[in-house]
Design a protein around this ligand. Sequence first.
Ligand code: HEM
Length: 501
Amino acid sequence: MEETWIISLLLGILPIVGLILWWWNEIWYLRGIKVRCSKLFNTNNNNNNNIVKIPPGHLGFPFIGETLSLLWFFNIIARPDDFITSKKYKYGENVGAYRTHLYGCPSIIACSPSLCKFVLNSSDKFKQEWPTTQVLGANSVITLEEGPRHGVIKNFIVNYINRPASLTRFLLHVQPTIIQALQLWSHQHKIKTFYQVKKVTLDYTMKYMAHLEAGTQIHVIEKLFEGVASGFRSQPWNIPGTSFYHALKCRKEIMKKLKEQLDKMKQNTAIEATDQLESRSSDLMSGLLEMKDEEGRHLSEQEVLENVLSTILLGHMSIAYVLTWSLYFLHKSPQLLLKLREENMAMVKKINSGSLTYEDILKLKYTNKVAEETIRMANIAGFVFRKVTDDVEFKGYIIPKGWNVIIWLRFLHNDPTNFDDPMNFNPDRWDVARPKHGAYLPFGRGSRSCAGNTLVRASLVLFLHHLSIGYEWELLNPNSKIKYLSHPLPVDGLEISIRKI
Ligand code: HEM
């Protein structure tokens, strides 16, 4: 009797509790928005309908929002794009905006070219926000708030690392490192590509950005950068055991090394021969030391060091991801590899030195297409975040103040309305018309767009050249699961065996 009573109570209460939890976020976050926004909406639309539309969707459960659903699509069934596709089916296409609650905040997902473009180009309304600036430093181009200081440092970095003269030197310095690494890997039984490639890219970005030789210390330095990478987006809980605490310790060590290098540079400048100065002046640290801001003043040491740290960090990690993915995609498309090899063998015959120049890189048309397709499909920056500073209206929908916008870049690149047969690795798609405006944004857009896009492309083409002319490789776990968070990578780190041809 008592049992029956408990069961009926549970059957009655559980659905009610479930319903309350299911609607809690919707009621909590949406209350007031419609009233607050009706004025804005009516003014902008010149009508008196008083209908304020918030993008369709659901804010999920209290605190966790739609996190479980995200993990389901990204981690469990490994079909990340279905997270958005399922919303399209459920709520319709509308303007490519859905409401959700992710990463602890009510958010609007932007997944149409027009909305992504609008958000990225409207930096006055949509601000970049970091949980903390302590790990990368408040002077880094990544963490600096929008404004003249960010603009001046960003412009300098972009021009400095991507200009043809610097890239020419970059290629000259980097090639022996890549050639040596490929040879070394081919003597090993098997390698975990990502982790090996990361050492190489760290080695050469350190040279390129700071004229710093890692030498035998590479493993230690790599661990330090890994520590910084794991903590620069985390909550600033400075407690032993947290990734933030560890990141701060790693930052301190790296900054010490960079400062030593900076002091050496300053000392040497006076006594260095002109030719040494010439070769050194292609590194970013020297450039930042010499640069003057709009008032003719040099940057402070802290500004130089924090920007060098940030560019080495982002540079070596992101290049390592795309190089790894190039091996993955090409192995799955042997006929494309043959075509790539053909173009690069032809180039080898043309150049006598064995070393590519920047002009040679630009001439490798097919290789550049393979690089672009790798960047599209690798989607290593799957989404970027903005905080909404004021209620904004977009095509009849309100994007509420205080919410996040998650610009879902990976969906743009995998959406069949933007790219034919998007999951097919097809370098020749880049022959046909360019993607429609806003549909291809691997490097973001607007004032916060990527500082290293040309450098990445040149690095990838260079790697593909040396790889394709001399090597063949096997994936040891061709069906390895892929982890998509935080950055896509086969879970085995892409284990391969590679040999000379
Ligand atoms: C395939 C490789 C890469 C991809 C897909 C990529 C993607 C991106 C994206 C999407 C942003 C914009 C973030 C936002 O709007 O919030 C960004 C910013 C940035 N990237 Fe990259 N990136 C890559 C490689 C690199 C490299 C090699 C470097 C350095 C040398 C670099 C340095 C930066 C910096 C400094 C910013 C911040 C710019 C700012 O806030 O003004 N990136 N990147």
